[in-house]
Design a binder for this molecule. Structure first.
Ligand code: GTP
Ligand code: MG
Length: 369
């Protein structure tokens, strides 16, 4: 066995070197994508470390073959021999391509049209692994002329069943809602929007409770909205006050409970908050997350807040993003229905319910053939 290491900018670049050094039977045994050290690395420069191997026998044959070719004068090389070499090289190329494809579905090996779609998905903010999986599914499906239409179907099949669950039944029942989430994502603003909708459109009787005694301004913020809508707002500083507020709002068709934003790193405070939620069985617990937060940062947040056993998500600040791929990341990663999307600071207008189709249209809308 002979192993040789290659450092290249693109995996393709290693292929001719591997054939030249180790022969056509060489196989790639390992590839590693590495970020360049120092200042180059900061600018996202990557290179590949590739390990290729061949056994001694085929290596010897390769060297012999190589030397023979070198010593024979070009004038003596017959056309048929040249053809043979050409064929051999093409064979090698095919072999290496298939190895590389099997390795990690390397995007540079994709046919151009798929590569374009892959790059588009990445550019839209879809996570690399998820984009790769989508393109692979698209390739497997194949056959259809309109690839974007096929991709849409694939994505729809994936996210529709998740989103379909995110509907509040249109019943004359009493519903209690609690909103939790990290700081500043828009929980209080969203409660104001929801409360306005319940009161003005659905004509429901309602009350608001805030457990946010953390910031003095927080209770005031909700009270202002309460006054405008003419609905009672209770500020609960402890469990007793919370129970009292619940009693007073007992006959209301809708109760919205606002909470202080907490860092997911502050587990103790979150566990304390959980005690309040346990006091009243809430029909819907919404975890409020901002779409401006990257999926990698959302994962630990989601993990900690799953303490509250959320019914679903509310995604805020959709107006602040230009690319919608993170929606796909969030839906496929957490597999939780998204009940509402908020699209700005205006109360009560900037809130929407989006279907799976709406979301996919947003993501794929910018693709040009
Ligand atoms: N652009 C944009 N801003 C929003 C949206 N929703 C809320 N905001 C703004 O985000 C800021 C924080 O909103 P809050 O409702 O106070 O957020 P919160 O989650 O209650 O914050 P804490 O209670 O401090 O954790 C405010 O300036 C809101 O106007 C939205 O959909 N888009
Ligand atoms: Mg708040």
């Amino acid at each position: 066995m002979r192993i040789k290491k290659y450092i290249v900018n693109k995996i393709d670049e290693a292929k001719p070197q591997i054939i030249r050094d180790l022969g056509k039977d060489a196989i790639i045994i390992h590839t590693n994508r590495i970020r360049a050290k120092g200042i180059k690395g900061w600018f996202g420069k990557h290179y590949y470390e590739i390990l290729a191997a061949t056994d001694e026998k085929s290596q010897k044959e390769h060297t012999k073959h190589h030397l023979n070719k070198q010593s024979s004068p070009v004038s003596e090389t017959k056309n048929s021999e040249l053809e043979e070499i050409k064929e051999q090289l093409l064979e090698n190329q095919k072999l290496l391509n298939s190895i590389l494809n099997d390795l990690d579905h390397i995007p540079s090996q994709l046919p151009p049209v798929y590569n374009k779609i892959y790059k588009f998905l990445l550019n839209e903010g879809i996570n690399q692994d998820k984009a790769k999986k989508l393109v692979n599914k698209l390739r497997e499906k194949g056959g259809e002329n309109d690839l974007i239409q096929s991709l849409k179907k694939i994505m729809l099949k994936e996210i529709q069943p998740i989103l379909e669950k995110g509907i509040i039944p249109d019943e004359n029942k009493i519903f209690r809602f609690g909103l939790v989430g990290p700081t500043g994502v828009g929980k209080t603003t969203t409660i104001a929007k929801l409360a306005a909708h319940s009161s003005l459109n659905e004509k429901k009787s309602l009350g608001l409770i805030t457990l946010d005694n953390f910031r003095i301004a927080a209770a005031e913020q909700l009270k202002v909205y309460g006054n405008i809508l003419d609905v009672p707002v209770y500020v609960a500083n402890n469990l007793e006050e919370y129970e009292l507020a619940l009693k007073r709002l007992n006959d209301k068709e809708r109760i919205y409970v606002d909470t202080a934003g907490r860092s997911h790193k502050n587990l103790k405070e979150l566990q304390e908050l959980k005690k309040y939620f346990d006091k009243l069985s809430l029909d819907f617990v919404f975890l409020v997350l901002s779409v401006t937060t990257n999926i990698d940062d959302l994962i630990p947040i989601y993990k900690t807040f799953s303490l509250f056993n959320p019914t679903g998500l509310i995604l805020t600040k959709l107006d602040e993003v230009d690319r919608y791929g993170n929606l796909y990341n969030i839906i496929t990663h957490f597999k939780k229905p998204i009940y509402y999307f908020t699209t700005g600071q205006n109360v009560p207008d900037d809130i929407e319910v989006l279907t799976a189709e709406d979301i996919i249209d947003k993501i794929l809308g910018g693709y040009h053939v």
